[in-house]
Design a protein. Structure first.
Length: 350
């Protein structure tokens, strides 16, 4: 069978990559719009997104046999508690970080994802990363510190606060720990990413619900609804749209990794970051300084370098060159041996 027949067509790859980028961009900008209009209820906003994603998984399972909703199992729930807990912690810090910083600075604030992922993976596996991997992590770390360095020409509203950087770093750390826990958690979900996504969304919604009530966010929404200045449509439609696109983003990410190569997936993520930065300047009038441009480019270069390193490590060894002259000589020797033995066989048959 021709191996090229198994490769997806360029049109399919372009469609999946575009779908992934579009879903991710919609999530960031709708999230930012809602958090700008209703900054006091981030946990309720996140809870509604998770709930909508769970309902959509149930709905799609009615029409597709590929979407399998797992049954409630206390043993599985106990084993998946760590990955569910770190998932919701990461989502909370991610939401709070996006609320506090500009869209153009969001990628910088979460710029330590790669170095922290490498560190957590090394600690969990008791292994030492290669020198080139450490070099890639150093490049990304340098890009992060370039981005967070103080700049005197920024307006006060554009200067990131210490708490926003705290949210960004802990969001990155949570993502790093989550990526390690996912590998060990898939075995409890029949190695199904859909089942793990369901457990993660449903479990995260259950875990965050008490904190939504303790934070008094439903009461805050009731207070806001009585105010003529609050635009309830932005919050309601924003919750529906982000819940729907959060569900699509889960599928889009899986498809992008499955249909494309890791390098293509990383380049699409890099392109998305650039587009997100430009849209942030256009939609929200964010400030884009030289430091931020250099920071983003440095982080992207370090991340793509790391992706190239891992792809090179996983590439199959090159096929050995065939010595045609030696092969022809070997075949000639075998032919002479057959001709030489032929008379002996005929004599024995007589």
């Amino acid at each position: 069978m021709d191996s090229s027949a198994k490769r997806p067509s360029p049109f399919r790859v372009a469609t999946v990559v575009s779908f992934y980028m579009f879903a991710a961009l919609v999530m960031v900008f709708v999230n930012k719009t809602v958090l700008n209009s209703t900054p006091d209820v981030p946990l309720l906003f996140l809870f509604l997104q998770l709930l909508i994603a769970v309902l959509l998984l149930h709905f799609t399972a009615l029409f597709s046999s590929r979407i399998e909703i797992p049954r409630w199992d206390p043993y599985t729930a106990k084993k998946l508690l760590p990955v569910v807990t770190i998932n919701i912690v990461g989502l909370v810090f991610n939401t709070l970080c996006l609320r506090e910083v500009e869209a153009t600075f969001f990628q910088i604030a979460r710029g330590l994802v790669l170095p922290l992922t490498i560190s957590v993976t090394s600690l969990s596996s008791h292994s030492h990363p290669a020198a080139r991997v450490i070099g890639a992590a150093a490049i990304v770390t340098l890009g992060f510190f370039i981005g967070v360095a103080p700049e005197g020409n920024l307006p006060a509203s554009s200067i990131p606060s210490a708490i926003s950087l705290f949210y960004g770093v802990f969001s990155s750390l949570s993502i790093a720990i989550h990526s390690v826990l996912v590998k060990s958690s898939l075995s409890y979900c029949n190695n199904s990413t859909i089942q793990l996504a369901y457990w993660t969304n449903a479990g995260s919604a259950i875990l965050i619900a008490p904190f939504v009530l303790l934070h008094g966010e439903p009461a805050k929404v009731l207070e806001l609804s009585a105010s003529a200045e609050w635009n309830a449509e932005v919050f309601v439609w924003g919750s529906l749209v982000t819940g729907f696109f959060g569900f699509l983003l889960c599928i889009a990410g899986l498809l992008s990794i499955k249909v494309t190569s890791p390098i293509t997936h990383m380049f699409s993520s890099a392109a998305r970051s650039v587009i997100q930065t430009l849209l942030g300047v256009w939609i929200f009038q964010d400030v884009l300084t030289t430091n931020r441009v250099v920071s983003l480019m440095t982080i992207l270069c370090g991340t793509m370098y790391y992706t190239w390193i891992k792809a090179a490590e996983q590439a199959p060894p090159p096929a050995r060159a065939v010595d045609l002259e030696a092969l022809a000589q070997d075949r000639g020797n075998k032919q002479e041996e057959i001709v030489w033995q032929a008379p002996e066989k005929s004599a024995s048959s007589d």
